[in-house]
Ligand binder design. Structure first.
Ligand code: HXC
Length: 515
């Protein structure tokens, strides 16, 4: 062949491979409201930055007549590109080719791009749309998954790993997203489960739809497996771009800094957000927006365990991770799910050099048989572990209540917060005044002529003595009692001061967190 003929041959080979599963399969994909794998990659990345590799990889299946089948790209597209100015590695399973099922070479393409991401220390984005292990390839398909899970674990805490579920993600396949940092789901498109409705019916006799079993809402609201929920693929891609702007490329870098912008205090004014009655709820997201740059708060796991709020914002142009009790949901109490949610986020921020700002207003850990039997001790301990382990700058503001274990867990000085500030309304005590008075003045109340009157008087007495920030401040557990409107100023200064913080820890292989 001449050089020209060789070039023509290359073009033909590329055209064939780029057809994916062919027009019929593509039509079917589109009819379900889904984009094709390549369209998805192009929609996520900055224009004209995608470079595809391993287009000509052939599948390795031999049984069940597989050796006679051509599966373009073996059902997965891999490559590199630029996302909001960041270099990224990316892969997208192509459902139009054998249902995006994962065979040995399909897995090899994924693990190759994962190895690149880890070597180049850039974020990895994986788009899942697959029927799971390619049944015809048997144990080689299982081996492929194992290789992916191993790399997900090696990359954990080194490069950001983002999973996007844009179709079925069934069987063992779900464990790759579960090992990554952020999982994105789209309403009516994403389906994640270990075993599908058919198996559930056979084994348990229960009838359930795919949507009810593992649809996007289920994972965003109930299981907490998903961190971001979108109504459409386009919305989902915007969320990914937004996320990328807040996080560093890898664990050796800091997140990009931006020009500092004041909050929109005409809309979010602290004095108007906090109710005068300290028992009334309020939305802590409004407090965050009253404090952070441009009042822009990027919330994570918004619909799951809403009694705690986590997410990214900027202070003085720098990314910080906010962890805040949410008084308007279950009074902001810490329970199993909210503990898991907070602890994982604290560990993410710590791994990726993102300072932590903790806003405290909670009555403590949630009591009761259900929580105790489901393991609130073990799950609650994760918060203590995560904060104690974290060495990034840790700044805490006690807004109102900080009772009992909740006071300690929400990044107190005792877990080595760098700065703890308190508003003048802060109440720091072993427990709430009502409960405390009932216990320590039990006899006085019982023997009084008017027990109700005596109880009220004792509650007032207790409140006066302990339900304020000054006892803790007298012991140095609070660094400064500040006016709420000074919060942003104190936080930005504390961040500047802590910018070069280094904390040396006892050398060990790793700790044993209460998983
Ligand atoms: C091989 C598969 C496949 C698979 C789908 N296909 N899943 N091929 N292995 N796992 C093929 C189909 O044969 C079909 O090929 C094409 O993909 C499209 O599939 P359809 O069934 O026509 O599509 P749809 O009706 O949209 O249904 C999609 C689906 C269904 C819900 C995902 O295909 C399905 O239930 N698949 C099996 C899901 C599953 O049980 N996976 C778990 C595998 S075990 P043609 O040639 O007709 O176009 C597992 C364990 C891993 O994953 C453990 C790791 C630790």
């Amino acid at each position: 062949m001449t050089l020209k003929q060789k070039t023509t041959d290359l073009k033909k080979r590329m055209r064939d491979a780029l057809k994916g599963g062919g027009s019929k399969a593509i039509e079917k994909q589109k009819a379900t409201g889904k984009m094709t794998a390549r369209e998805r990659i192009i929609a996520i990345l900055d224009p004209k930055t995608f470079h595809e590799y391993d287009l000509f990889v052939k599948h390795a299946g031999k049984d069940f007549d597989m050796d006679k089948k051509y599966l373009p790209g073996d059902g997965v597209i891999t490559g590199t590109g630029i996302l909001s100015g960041h270099p990224v590695c990316i892969y997208a399973q192509d459902f139009t080719v054998a249902g995006g099922s994962l065979g040995w070479m399909h897995a090899k393409k994924i693990t190759k791009i994962m190895d690149h991401a880890l070597k180049l220390k850039v974020p990895l984005i994986g788009i899942n749309d697959s029927g799971g292990a390619r049944i015809q390839e048997g144990v080689n398909a299982l081996a492929g998954y194992g290789e992916i899970f191993y790399r997900n674990t090696q990359a954990s805490g080194v490069i950001p790993q983002i999973s996007v579920i844009l179709g079925p993600c069934a069987g063992g396949a779900v464990y790759s997203p579960a090992l990554t940092d952020f999982v994105f789901v789209v309403d009516k498109v994403s389906k994640m489960f270990i075993t599908g409705p058919e198996v559930v019916k056979t084994v348990l006799g229960e009838e359930v739809s795919m949507e009810e079993l593992g649809g996007a809402r289920v994972h965003a609201e109930i299981t907490g497996n998903a961190h971001f929920f979108a109504e459409s693929e386009d919305e989902c891609f915007d969320q990914i771009k937004h996320l990328i702007s807040f996080i560093p490329w890898n664990n050796e870098k800091k997140a990009d800094s931006f020009p500092s912008k004041p909050p929109k205090t005409r809309v979010f004014k602290i004095d108007n957000i906090i109710p005068t009655d300290t028992r009334q709820p309020y939305d802590v997201c409004d407090i965050i927006k009253a404090i952070c740059d441009d009042s822009e708060f990027f919330e994570i796991q918004k619909h799951f365990a809403a009694n705690i709020v986590i997410g990214f914002a900027r202070l003085g142009g720098q990314t910080v991770g906010f962890v805040a009790n949410q008084p308007k949901v279950m009074a902001g109490v810490l329970d199993i799910d909210s503990s898991d949610k907070a602890a994982r986020f604290v560990r993410y921020c710590d791994a990726f050099n993102i300072p932590l700002v903790t806003l405290v207003d909670l009555p403590g850990y949630l009591p009761g048989i259900e929580q105790e039997h489901a393991g609130v001790i073990r799950h609650g301990a994760k918060v203590l572990y995560a904060y104690s382990e974290a060495t990034v700058p840790k700044i805490t503001v006690i807004l109102r209540k900080a009772y009992g274990g909740g006071y300690i867990a929400m990044c107190s000085h005792h877990l080595k917060a760098d700065f703890v500030f308190a508003w003048p309304y802060a109440e720091i005590a072993v427990m709430g005044p009502d409960g405390a008075a009932n216990i320590i003045f039990k006899n006085e109340i019982k023997n009084a002529e008017n027990p109700d009157e005596m109880r009220k008087q004792k509650i007032k007495e207790y409140k006066k003595k302990f339900a304020n920030p000054y006892v803790a401040a007298a012991y140095g557990y609070i660094d400064a009692v500040i006016e709420p409107n000074e919060t942003r100023h104190f936080l930005i200064h504390a961040l500047e001061i802590s910018n070069h913080k280094t904390e040396i820890r006892i050398k060990k292989k790793h700790g044993i967190p209460p998983f």
